[in-house]
Design a protein around this ligand. Structure first.
Ligand SMILES: Nc1nc2c(ncn2[C@@H]2O[C@H](COP(=O)(O)OP(=O)(O)OP(=O)(O)O)[C@@H](O)[C@H]2O)c(=O)[nH]1
Ligand SMILES: [Mg+2]
Length: 243
């Protein structure tokens, strides 16, 4: 069984080397099942699909040094298109049985992959989201970001009759079967609401696993702003009320 880590990257020269190191370093050993010795361990193969979204800060030079590595596939977008477009390119090139989205900053911790994979490998679900709001250790960040996050997740729950705690999380993990049914088109920040809406409309229930979160400061490259929240809200409504 193989995991495809899909990594969208745009101007992340400060973190790209370290995140690639961390993704490569984490053992993909997952404990599953009950049984006499508390189940068995399954080890997954991995491929890392890195999609550079038109970076201009030197990220591309580093990524070129990875070309030819057996575990990494690097794809370069000619121009910046947005996270959604980068993830879509990644999914088109992924060959794994399970897909996992990994941002190229250091806000999320790859050591949590086994916990995220376990419900899928045990056959309990086809989709897992890592939630920053289910009791994991998290760095306390900005008040208004929390309000925005809660509001957008609440809207998702209202529109699609579910009880997610973190729709906007980067850690979205799903099987190839789910990936093949997605028809993603939002190029930018519409990615998270669009994929969530499509998954829920297909009838899948999302399984949430608590994760840690080490948010970065604006000085460290944080780019999200309140305007992006409007894109998310609009995407939720579009996906709910159109086909
Ligand atoms: N901001 C931005 N990120 C992109 C784009 N294309 C790909 N990405 C990548 O998408 C991932 C998410 O972007 P982030 O800027 O970290 O988004 P976020 O975590 O919601 O917000 P901040 O970390 O607060 O900026 C990162 O790996 C980016 O490098 C793009 O056009 N703009
Ligand atoms: Mg980030």
């Amino acid at each position: 069984m193989k995991l495809s880590v899909i990594m969208p990257v745009y101007n992340e020269i400060g973190t790209i080397t370290e995140i690639v190191r961390r993704v490569r370093a984490v053992p993909l050993i997952v404990r599953i099942g009950y049984g006499p010795e508390n189940g068995k361990s399954v080890e997954l193969d991995r491929e890392i699909i890195i999609v550079d979204d038109g970076s201009t800060d030197g990220t591309r030079d580093y990524l070129r040094t990875l070309e030819g590595a057996p575990d990494v596939k690097v794809i370069f977008h000619e121009h910046n298109q947005g996270k959604g477009a980068a993830v879509r390119t990644g999914l088109q090139n992924a060959t794994g049985d399970v897909m996992l989205i990994q941002d190229a900053d250091l806000e999320y911790d790859p050591r949590e992959y086994p916990a995220l994979l376990q419900p899928i490998l045990e056959g309990r679900t086809q989709v897992v989201y890592g939630s920053r709001f289910r009791g994991g250790p998290t760095k306390a960040m900005f008040f208004w970001h929390m309000v925005g996050n809660r509001f957008l997740t609440l809207m998702t729950n209202l529109l699609f009759n579910t009880i997610l705690s973190d729709m906007e999380t980067c850690y979205k993990v799903f099987t190839r079967e789910v990936a093949q049914q997605l028809k993603l088109k939002a190029p930018g920040w519409g990615f998270d609401p669009e994929i969530t809406a499509q998954i829920l409309k297909l009838g899948y229930r999302i399984y949430e696993v608590p994760i840690s979160y080490t948010g970065r400061e604006f000085g460290e490259g944080k780019k999200i702003s309140w305007r992006d929240g409007l894109t998310v809200l609009w995407t939720l409504l579009r996906c709910r009320f159109t086909r």
